[in-house]
Write a protein that binds this ligand. Structure first.
Ligand SMILES: *Cc1c(COP(=O)(O)O)cnc(C)c1O
Length: 434
């Protein structure tokens, strides 16, 4: 299957090209040439399948013509090493818990899937560069950990990442190198960008990014929604649910929109934003006004120019069509905190700041007789300081997270200087010219 750029100027690409390059040459995002509907037979039976079985069917529809089935199903099964249960919070609202993976955030499946797909498509040594302010670095580092032939360099601003996040990518060793840059997140991003634009470096070394715009990271997230609907049916809910996704770069919700296009019966969608409300405003007046992000307590959604907006627009084609299927919501930090407190007091369920946006948007948007699912995208303990300050009580930290804090932190300190970064890369990677 070919992949087309949302900007329409780059040449159509093979799956291999789209995965290895990430962004199209015209700086657009790759989208598959067609979105295949799953068979009526699948929909008649999927409530009785397990998560991996469902995911294999979905993966076949996207990647089946490009990757031999045995290899593809192995990639799928290795990526889903954990469950994503739905948990009733109210009679009509379920949390879809996407945080039971290695780093306790929903990006784990995409990162693990992408690592294995890159491995499938490349034969030599590949070097992944990623700049992070926290969550992406941990998901990518853990997703790529131990994957043969791929080295990962995680650049982060020294002293500006929370200790619990820092230990999730600095304690791993093996093929993961953490680089503490003397600067801010934007400096890390600039160093990575400069490396990708350095033509002579790219001739000598195979470099790629693990950016969330990569089709291998975003498409597998559609597995979650088929599995959520299967679980709902098992619980005896027959009608199509409303699905609410806390959104930043809009990759996760975009995968949910694709799932509907593949035939999944979803009534409609809600995109929940924090104070970064560019999409919410777009729904209101049809104007897309990207701007610098503002900091919030749901910081993985602090995005002022959501990259997957291009894919949403491409999928629906018009503002009116988008509005017919997706509504929006935006909440400031005070409202997020209030929601975490209220839901905990009333139901006992503990939301993290991102999930709280999702819960509230669903609670305010659900109509009588509808059933809703909101994504819980991270475990509340990942935002321990914030959540404890809001509730005034301690949050239990899962063993998985504690294990990271006991590891030996190791990172290379680096000045904010491209020449130094380049030299380091050349010394610590292998030449692609044999
Ligand atoms: C990345 C992230 C989001 C936002 O997901 P997008 O796909 O960027 O919209 C929400 N919550 C958490 C915890 C995240 O890490």
């Amino acid at each position: 299957m070919m992949y087309y750029s949302t900007n329409g100027k780059a040449a159509p690409a093979t799956l291999r090209h789209a995965v290895v390059k990430g962004l199209a040459e015209d700086r657009g995002l790759y989208v598959p040439e067609r979105i295949q509907r799953l068979s009526p037979d699948f929909f008649a039976n999927f409530r009785d399948m397990d998560f991996a079985e469902i995911a294999c069917h979905v993966a076949d529809a996207f990647f089946g013509v490009d990757i031999p089935q045995e290899a593809l199903h192995r990639i799928v099964r290795e990526s889903l090493s954990f469950d994503c249960p739905i948990v009733p919070v109210d009679a009509d609202k379920y949390a879809l818990e996407l945080f039971h993976g290695p780093t306790l955030a929903f990006k784990d499946v995409g990162a693990r899937f992408m690592a294995r797909m890159l491995r499938h498509f490349s034969d030599g040594e590949l070097n992944v560069l990623v700049a992070t302010s926290g969550d992406t670095g941990s998901a990518v580092a853990n997703g790529f950990l131990g994957v043969e032939g791929i080295r990962v360099f995680v650049l982060y601003p020294e002293g500006k990442v929370s200790p619990i996040q820092e230990c999730q990518f600095t304690t791993l060793g093996q093929n993961i190198t953490a680089i503490a840059v003397d600067g801010v997140f934007d400096d890390c991003q600039a160093l990575v960008k400069q490396a990708f634009m350095d033509a002579s470096l790219n001739e000598e070394r195979a470099l790629t990014s693990a950016n969330s715009i990569n089709v291998a990271r975003f498409l597998p997230q559609s597995f979650y929604y088929f599995w959520a609907c299967a679980q709902l049916k098992r619980r005896g809910v027959q009608e199509a649910p409303v699905i609410c996704v806390p959104s930043g770069n809009f990759g996760n919700i975009c995968a949910a929109l694709y799932a509907k296009r593949m035939g999944l019966d979803v009534k409609r969608f809600i995109a929940a934003n924090n104070a970064n409300s560019v999409f919410y405003e777009y729904l209101r007046d049809g104007q897309y006004r990207p701007r610098p992000s503002v900091q919030t307590i749901a910081n993985a959604m602090d995005v002022g120019d959501p990259s997957n907006f291009a894919r949403v627009l491409h999928l629906y084609g018009s503002h009116a069509a988008i509005c017919a299927d997706i509504s929006g919501a935006t909440y400031n930090d005070t409202q997020i905190a209030q929601t975490i407190r209220d839901v905990k007091a009333r139901t006992g369920y503990l939301c993290d700041p991102h999930g709280a946006c999702g819960y509230r948007a669903l609670a305010e948007g659900l109509q009588a007789g509808e059933t809703g699912i909101f994504c819980e995208t991270a475990h509340p303990a990942k935002f321990m300081d914030t959540v404890e300050a809001i509730l005034g009580e301690e949050v239990t930290v899962p063993e998985k997270l504690l294990a990271f804090t006991r590891g030996q932190r190791q990172s290379v300190r680096m000045p904010n200087d491209y020449a130094a970064f380049r030299t380091f890369l050349l010394e610590h990677t292998k030449s692609q010219i044999q």
